[in-house]
Design a protein around this ligand. Structure first.
Ligand code: NOJ
Length: 712
């Protein structure tokens, strides 16, 4: 390969179908044919279509000197054409098998249209509800995010990368992109190495251990070093400690952005820093194609470093099976038969049903009777198609989703009246009157409120995570009628909804549920489906509590005193003057139409050694009149450790289904691996001493017992 051909393999421009970042003039699609012929690009991202991608692969194979096939990348974050719930919503199901299945379907649809490289899963931990991209992750918990990310990798990559319906997963964004200061997207991250290792890195690592073929760097700087030029992350941790053998791609122009960060003097300097730090491929910056040849010729970048990056790219193409068959992923037949198939839509509906979280249900107002009631469905999201798809759904048809109105009308014999009430965030009251008239005719009012698709996701951080003023005002006016109110809350982040929490009779978090949104919501509202999801992220009372999450530490002055007396009786404790410390709805919380009782918590021993395992068992009884699913959670506390520890760390969970009145014993096994912490030498260790194990339905309702851990 010539130097130019090598560098071409590292150059990855965007197609012109969807722009998912600032455009750069040099990479418009009319130049692709020639660029491919000349070996100047390794592939293209955010394009699709079996015949289009086939045509481009043909140019690469037949008209370029080396005939190297192309990578076709895309952000298929929660489905291609069949749209599943946004990742945060899927995480609320805690259903790893189903999440793996939706990723599998996303891969089947994507590969049919020529895509072989998916920029997912996002494994960033979301502790800050202001950050818009919490919508794309699995929430605030390291363990849950790791398990879900690994399931997604398995779903995308299947058994073998070279199968025609599997594509390369991309673990992103390395690293700590979810912790920007102030929750503002792309902002700087400064954190201790212990927090990085204990809270942020394990989720990426689990996805890599599941076999992810690629990793994407992140936009942010971490402790002063932009992540795209960060050899501590990309070499020491990723390659040396974790043994990653795959390919590392930059994020969108994040190489040239190093000059904007102010750690590179120009794009050439940025290219040099990035490749020396371990970034193999340049997405959208044109920095490698323009400057690497010169940098290698001048000896500033050793040839071996360039060769290593090229090897990683070619190996990926080889593993994908592209050298055997460049057209493997462009299949017009499967494009016609599998994409948006009835089978895929059925899974989308099931996933959506399992993602809906019931936060409040006063006097069992839900489920609603399916006949002889007049229902008023009101709100800007009630008859709204595009926003059901949620963030990152560029490939989807904006008119495909089933609306809430359609779902509710199709399912029951009830008369369903509708009024929009207000726009999503414009401050006019023009439509209030009509909505109030409609509501006053109904027995029950359902308010469809919350965020549109663009109010969360990339570049969509918010300083106010409450309902937009006009929506809240509408809710208050309708509430004044004195009718029972059920809220369907669309959102891609935890929202601060104290007024709704206090005044609505029932609240369902309906996130952005994808193509089948309306049908899934109707099934839950009318009780054909019993809600089972639990929050994968804490819902605060107000934005001032953010970041708020369940893995808080005790501090030296905790809120609860020694005898559990609340802080209101004491002044100098860690608390707010104007708000309780507790969240509105805690991590792990979600109700069901039935009730579950936890009893008989016991352990197989009161001490274990490093090669023994403790069995913790608990009996769960369905006390109600209908079948339901329960997510049983198990947490650990290291009572005395060499470094301060969170009061709770999720270590195991189980999702069980119980018929009315039935019970089941759930057993968790705890061993050394579950007791690890990062000590002052940045080593993962399990320290001998006293531990507590907790089991329960959510983080504010746990039973516990103590045990001792000994090292042999
Ligand atoms: C920027 C985003 O941060 C990243 O997640 C995405 O994959 C790329 N744009 C490509 O669209």
């Amino acid at each position: 390969m010539t130097l130019q051909e090598k560098v071409g393999q590292l150059n990855f421009p965007v197609g012109d179908l969807f722009m998912t970042g600032p455009t750069m003039e040099t990479t418009q699609s009319d130049k692709f044919d020639d660029q491919i012929r000349e070996g100047k690009i390794t592939g293209i991202f955010n394009i699709y279509g079996a015949s289009y991608t086939h045509r481009l692969q043909k140019i690469a194979k037949e008209e370029s000197r080396l005939g190297i096939p192309l990578l076709m990348g895309a952000d298929v974050i929660h489905g291609l054409k069949t749209i599943f719930p946004i990742p945060l919503a899927e995480a609320a199901s805690w259903d790893l098998a189903l999440i793996e299945k939706t990723a599998r379907i996303a891969a089947i649809e994507s590969t049919a249209v020529g895509i072989n490289f998916n920029f997912a899963p996002m494994c960033d931990i979301g502790l800050d509800a202001r950050w818009g991209r919490v919508a794309e992750g699995a929430g605030e918990d390291t363990y849950l995010t790791g398990m879900i990310s690994a399931a997604r990798v398995r779903g995308f990559q299947g058994e073998k990368l070279s199968d025609a319906d599997t594509l390369a997963a991309c673990v992103k964004h390395m690293a700590a992109y979810g912790a920007p200061e102030g929750g503002r997207d792309y902002n700087s991250v400064d954190m201790s190495e212990r927090r990085l290792r204990e809270t942020y890195l394990p989720a990426y690592q689990k996805a890599i251990d599941a076999g992810a073929a690629t990793v994407m760097t992140s936009f942010n700087d971490l402790n002063g070093v932009p992540c795209t030029g960060n050899s501590f992350l990309l070499k020491k941790i990723l390659r040396e400690e974790w043994g990653f053998k795959g390919m590392v791609v930059s994020d969108w122009a994040s190489i040239s952005e190093m000059a904007v960060h102010g750690t590179a003097k120009d794009h050439s300097d940025a290219a040099k820093q990035a490749i020396l730090a371990g970034t193999d491929m340049d997405m959208m910056a044109d920095a490698y194609i323009n400057f690497l040849p010169g940098l290698v010729e001048s000896g500033e970048v050793p040839l071996e470093i360039l060769d290593e990056a090229v090897y990683n790219v070619l190996k990926l193409k080889y593993d994908l099976g592209l050298f055997d068959n460049a057209y493997l992923y462009s299949n017009e037949v499967t494009e016609q038969t599998k994409v948006f198939s009835a089978e895929h839509l059925a899974i989308s509906r099931e996933m959506a049903e399992k993602s809906i979280v019931l936060l409040k249900n006063e006097n069992q107002i839900l489920p609603l009777k399916q006949s002889s009631q007049k229902i008023a469905l009101i709100g800007p999201l009630a008859n709204n198609r595009p926003d059901m798809n949620g963030t990152w759904s560029f490939f989807a048809d904006a008119n495909a989703p089933v609306t809430m109105l359609e779902g509710l009308q199709n399912l029951s014999k009830n008369e369903v009246l509708f009024a929009e009430g207000c726009a999503l965030y414009e401050s006019t009251e023009d439509k209030f009157e009509e909505a109030i008239t409609v509501a006053s005719q109904a027995d029950v009012v359902i308010l469809a409120l919350g965020e549109s698709a663009v109010m969360n996701g990339e570049a969509a951080s918010r300083t106010d995570i409450g309902l937009p003023d006009n929506q809240l005002e509408l809710a208050k006016r309708i509430h004044a009628l004195g009718k029972p109110i059920i809220v369907l809350l669309s959102c891609g982040r935890p929202m601060a909804i104290p007024w709704l929490a206090q005044n609505a009779n029932a609240i369902l978090v309906t996130w952005a549920l994808g193509t089948e949104a309306g049908n899934a919501i109707a099934n839950v509202v009318y009780g054909n489906v019993n809600p089972s999801a639990k929050l994968p992220i804490t819902f605060p009372r107000n934005v001032g509590q953010v970041p708020i999450h369940y893995q808080m530490k005790n501090t030296g002055r905790p809120y609860l005193g020694l005898n559990n007396e609340p802080a209101s009786e004491r002044i100098y404790v860690s608390k707010y003057r104007d708000s309780p410390n507790s969240p509105q709805f805690p991590f792990g919380f979600g109700l069901s139409y039935t009730r579950f009782k936890y009893s008989g918590l016991e352990a197989s021993a009161d001490r274990i050694t490093n090669d023994e395992r403790l069995k913790i068992s608990v009996t769960i009884t369905n006390m109600g009149e209908r079948e339901g699913e329960e997510i049983v959670q198990c947490y650990i506390r290291d009572v005395v450790a060499s470094v301060t520890q969170p009061l709770l760390k999720l270590r195991k969970f189980a999702k069980i289904k119980l018929k009315a009145k039935a019970h089941q014993v759930v057993t968790f096994e705890i061993g050394r691996d579950d007791l690890l912490l990062v000590n002052n030498d940045m080593q993962w260790v399990a320290e001998a001493g006293e531990f507590k194990v907790f089991v329960g339905p959510n983080t504010l309702d746990l039973q516990s017992l103590n045990f001792e851990y000994q090292i042999n």
